[in-house]
Ligand binder design. Structure first.
Ligand code: ZN
Length: 169
């Protein structure tokens, strides 16, 4: 198979390197400044849906400011994901106070992350929503790399970096 020409814009199956900052309500939440750009295969569902749609067609070195609605990001707040549990059900070896992140197990032994919202005498209110659920996300993004994905990458559904040796089941 002949090599495809070097891609010039963000399109399906292109490996994109993206620098970004993420703000919510004007507050900096996350940035690629220290970790380096994120790399993903466009159209593969590796990043949040709203972001993937809005970067489609971006050129190398192009920057954009993008606002993503909750429904296209981490979802709307689910009131049913906020539940009260007896204080005695929680681990005793940690501070039980609002804002604390805890890991709890359901009946099947699956672990889930929750945040303590409130503590009322013997009842603790836990919030299982993603911390960014219900939030509008303000991204500033810059395309810093574009290349064709390999057949193997498309098969695996993820990017293989130069130094990224991994084993597969
Ligand atoms: Zn792989």
């Amino acid at each position: 198979m002949a090599d495809n020409p070097k891609p010039t814009e963000v399109q399906k199956d292109i490996v994109v390197s993206l620098d970004y900052t993420l703000k919510v309500d004007g507050e900096l939440i996350d940035s690629s400044e220290e970790t380096g750009p994120i790399q993903f295969i466009q159209g593969n569902g590796e990043i949040i849906p709203g972001l993937e749609i809005k970067i489609e067609g971006m050129k190398m070195d192009e920057t954009r400011d993008l606002r993503i609605a909750p429904g296209d990001a981490y979802g709307d707040l689910d009131p049913e994901a906020v539940i009260d549990v007896p204080l005695s059900d929680l681990p005793q070896d940690m501070p039980i106070e609002p804002g604390t992140e805890i890991e709890v197990r359901d009946e099947d032994g699956n672990s889930m992350d929750a945040r303590i919202l409130a503590v009322k005498s013997e009842l603790v209110t836990l919030d299982f929503n993603h911390p960014l659920a219900g939030k509008e996300l303000d991204f500033h993004v810059k395309v810093v790399g574009l290349r064709n994905s390999t057949e193997e990458e498309r098969l695996h559904g993820h990017v293989h970096g130069d130094d990224n040796h991994h084993s597969h089941e």
